[in-house]
Ligand binder design. Structure first.
Ligand code: TRP
Length: 464
């Protein structure tokens, strides 16, 4: 047990876990979901979900991890509930799936750094073609996976914690520079209005569960990533306050990403906000166009900073995604970390190949890969895996983890673990709220999100 390693301090853990949470989900996903969900109203719902629902689930995952000092499968075993380790297995499975396509997108972002440095803003119009150049973007993906594996191979305090302590503050610094800059552009205020003044008439059932899914994914919940990180946390640390910091950091950075992007769209659209709802292309198509409009050295500098920042954020997330299956292999199969890391990383890269080539290069894996019942809509491999892992398995996992903690492992055991390092916890309002949230609120909401999403995404049945 002694050689499993661990975080060197509470601050180190918070940085690493915040690094896991902050990723493509915040900087790429959040702004486009806001754009499609109609702006500020989406933001309000998202914030509510983060604090009242996701925060309790986060606390629970960390507590299970610290109590057992194990990976998600070993954790259920060591609490004495072997049958429940299926939840851990499901988590590891979804982590592998998520990393397989997440790394592809990170590879695209990595390649964009070079396009921006060389002032090639025209890449915006050629994005569709760029992602079909599978040998080029595949090589970027290999580099990204290699760096990820390198960090994980260095272990917890020497690799994951060290990288996060360096990358996270740099990320925040670079974002602040871009936010301030974008707020000085003409029409930036129109962007802010769209982003910050809610119009609740834009809310619909699907906007609400998209906000829920976004919050859950963004906080890295539902697959045991935080059980794993929690297993490296010191016994004297306060889990409640750590989780609060992590949630605030993640939400704060998503909000900053919006503050950076919507003023830019205001500028680009001369205040009409046209293009805000364009979806996944927002970062790879609209933003480079905007940097091109700015032009010159300033355009190159802001474009480069932006994609470097995106890669930093993605890296601390890919590291956490890789750590979960690696911890499993190290704990349960007794394979040395250094070897386990490279084996698992290579395997995940291979699993990601259909996601890499399914964007126009391979006909089979591209948009005609699957036709859902949903009005016969065609879907590519990457979107299919994302719908399966992010939108379906994560809420299911979160629901099972909460239900398990409250009703199988039992609340008093959870409370016992949480009160270590948090003397005022017992009898506090937080304790009462967590008991309610974990026991009833989270399982019910997450089960409904799971059912709605599966029916809607895979069968085209819309209930709300
Ligand atoms: N939260 C990260 C993001 O927003 C992605 C991520 C990393 C993740 N680890 C995870 C999502 C574990 C779910 C589970 O980009």
């Amino acid at each position: 047990m002694a050689n499993r390693g661990g975080f060197s301090s509470k601050f180190g853990f918070i940085m690493a876990a915040a690094g896991s949470a902050v990723g493509l989900g915040n900087i790429w996903g959040f702004p486009y979901e806001v754009g499609q969900g109609g702006g500020a109203a989406f933001v309000v719902i998202y914030l509510l979900f983060c604090f009242i629902l996701c925060f309790p689930v986060m606390v629970t995952e960390i507590a299970i991890g610290r109590k057992t000092q194990k990976n998600p499968v070993g954790a259920f075993n060591s609490l004495g509930y072997k049958n429940w380790n299926i939840v851990g297995r499901l988590g590891i499975f979804s982590g592998v799936l998520i990393l397989s396509f997440y790394n592809v997108i990170a590879g695209w972002a990595f390649g964009y750094i070079f396009e921006m440095v060389s002032g090639n803003f025209g890449i915006a119009e050629k994005f569709g073609e760029y992602i079909t150049q599978v040998f080029k973007v595949g090589a970027y993906g290999i580099i990204f996976m290699t760096v990820t594996a390198y960090v994980v191979s260095k272990g917890i305090s020497g690799g994951i914690e060290r990288a996060a302590k360096l990358l996270m503050p740099t990320l925040i610094g670079m974002m602040l520079i871009l936010v301030i800059y974008s707020l000085t552009l003409p029409h930036s205020m129109d962007g802010l209005k769209f982003y910050l003044i809610p119009d609740f008439s834009k809310l619909s059932g699907s906007v609400i569960y998209n906000a829920m899914g976004q919050a859950f994914f963004s906080l890295s919940l539902g697959m045991g990533a935080l059980i794993t990180y929690g297993s490296y946390v010191g016994k004297s640390d306060n889990i409640i306050s750590s989780a609060a910091f992590i949630t605030l950091a993640d939400v704060g950075i998503a909000l900053l990403a919006g503050l950076m992007i919507f003023p830019l769209i205001g500028y680009m659209s001369a205040g009409t906000m046209e293009g805000a709802g364009r979806g996944p292309g927002l970062i790879f198509v609209t933003l480079p166009q905007i940097f091109g409009t700015i032009g010159g050295g300033l355009g190159i500098a802001s474009g480069t900073i932006f994609f470097v920042l995106l890669c930093f954020a993605a890296l601390t997330s890919t590291v956490s995604l890789l750590e979960v299956p690696v911890a499993y292999v190290v704990d349960e199969m007794k394979i040395r970390r250094a070897r386990a890391v490279w084996l698992v990383a290579a395997l995940i890269f291979v699993i990601g190949i259909p996601s890499l080539i399914g964007n126009g290069y391979s006909d089979f894996f591209s948009t005609n890969f699957i036709t859902y019942k949903e009005g016969g809509q065609d879907t590519d491999f990457l979107s299919f895996v994302a719908a399966l892992a992010n939108d379906s398995i994560l809420p299911l996992g979160g629901c099972l983890i909460s239900f398990f903690a409250a009703h199988v492992w039992k609340k008093h055991n959870l409370d016992e673990e949480l009160s270590i390092g948090a003397p005022g916890y017992k009898g506090s309002f937080v304790q009462k709220y967590l008991n309610f949230a974990i026991g009833y609120f989270a399982p019910i909401v997450l089960t409904s999100v799971f059912i709605f999403t599966v029916l809607f995404k895979f069968f085209g049945i819309q209930i709300l």
